[in-house]
Design a protein around this ligand. Structure first.
Ligand SMILES: NC(=O)c1ccc[n+]([C@@H]2O[C@H](COP(=O)([O-])OP(=O)(O)OC[C@H]3O[C@@H](n4cnc5c(N)ncnc54)[C@H](OP(=O)(O)O)[C@@H]3O)[C@@H](O)[C@H]2O)c1
Length: 260
């Protein structure tokens, strides 16, 4: 059975993807840690649409989680036609004050799980000459972001990785795209233990999903969600990288710096 696999689908952007794709008649497989939330979203989506909505509750930051998920989809007879690598989290603050275990977990989830899931599902898509992978990066991917150093670096990885695979897989009719949202109204900041987003949230998760679907139609290698975010990322390319980092540091220090 053809299915769209969405990681981090228990809230925010991932849940918005699940709702939109289910409404379009696509079967979905939702993955996150919070089982009761996944179960309730699946029940609702299955009832409201003529589709199959399934879930797997697991911590994708665990070693071998991606391999276990791949085996589970095989066991359920699911053909993953679209993979949305969306699960991720961030941290704000001075790098020296970060909990190293949390940083390592962030790298495990934002980078390692995303690479591993792509590794497992991409060959099948190439064989079938059809498939789509959306990797959720961020506008933070375009520059070093002081006081979000590790998070921004994980997203720079996601953007670079996705753009490379976009070209490698065009000949196989497999579309790989990085989705780059700016500040969006989700649980992201609460999960990062802050009540202070770097700026006012400019978009809803639904708007981010709209952008992603437009990007897919246009065959984009990456897409930035929101005009203001797009203009910012384009303007950054015209100024020296050190200056971009200095300006970002000036904006972030009062909220997340040592002497805030
Ligand atoms: N919101 C923003 O401003 C913003 C901006 C740019 C990019 N992004 C990116 O957008 C993506 C989605 O985030 P969001 O904004 O929608 O935040 P969110 O509401 O906090 O959603 C994060 C999702 O990831 C899941 N998740 C977290 N840790 C996990 C783990 N170890 N294993 C499996 N699932 C896990 C969470 O579910 P459980 O807790 O149930 O596991 C949740 O479903 C992330 O990659 C984020 O970096 C967000």
């Amino acid at each position: 059975m053809k299915t769209t696999l969405i990681t981090g689908a228990s809230s925010g952007i991932g849940e918005a993807f699940a709702r939109r794709l289910a409404a379009q008649g696509e079967n979905v497989l939702l993955v996150a840690r919070t089982e009761d939330k996944l179960a309730s979203v699946c029940n609702e989506l299955g009832r409201a649409n003529d589709i199959s909505a399934q879930y797997v509750a697991m911590d994708l930051a665990e070693t071998d989680a991606a391999a276990r998920l791949f085996e589970e989809t095989k066991r359920r007879g699911l053909e993953v036609e679209m993979l949305i690598n969306n699960a991720g989290f961030g941290s704000m603050g001075d790098f020296t004050a970060f909990d190293i275990e949390r940083d390592m977990k962030m790298i495990d989830l934002n980078i390692k799980a995303l690479v591993a899931l792509t590794h497992y599902y991409l060959p099948q898509m190439r064989e079938r000459k059809s498939g789509t992978i959306i990797n959720v990066a961020s506008t933070a991917a375009f520059q070093g972001v002081p006081y979000m150093a590790v998070y921004a670096a994980t997203k720079a990885f996601v953007l670079s990785f996705s753009e490379a695979l976009w070209d490698e897989n065009r000949a196989y009719n497999v579309h790989v795209m990085a989705l780059c949202p700016g500040v969006t109204q989700t649980n992201f900041f609460a999960a990062a233990n802050t009540d202070k987003p770097p700026m006012r949230a400019m978009q809803t998760p639904e708007q981010v999903v709209d952008t992603a679907l437009k990007g897919l139609k246009r065959g984009k290698s990456h897409i930035v969600s929101g005009w203001a975010n797009y203009l910012t990322t384009e303007t950054e390319r015209l100024v020296p990288r050190w200056l971009v980092a200095r300006i970002a540091g000036k904006a972030m220090r009062p909220k997340y710096g040592e002497n805030r």
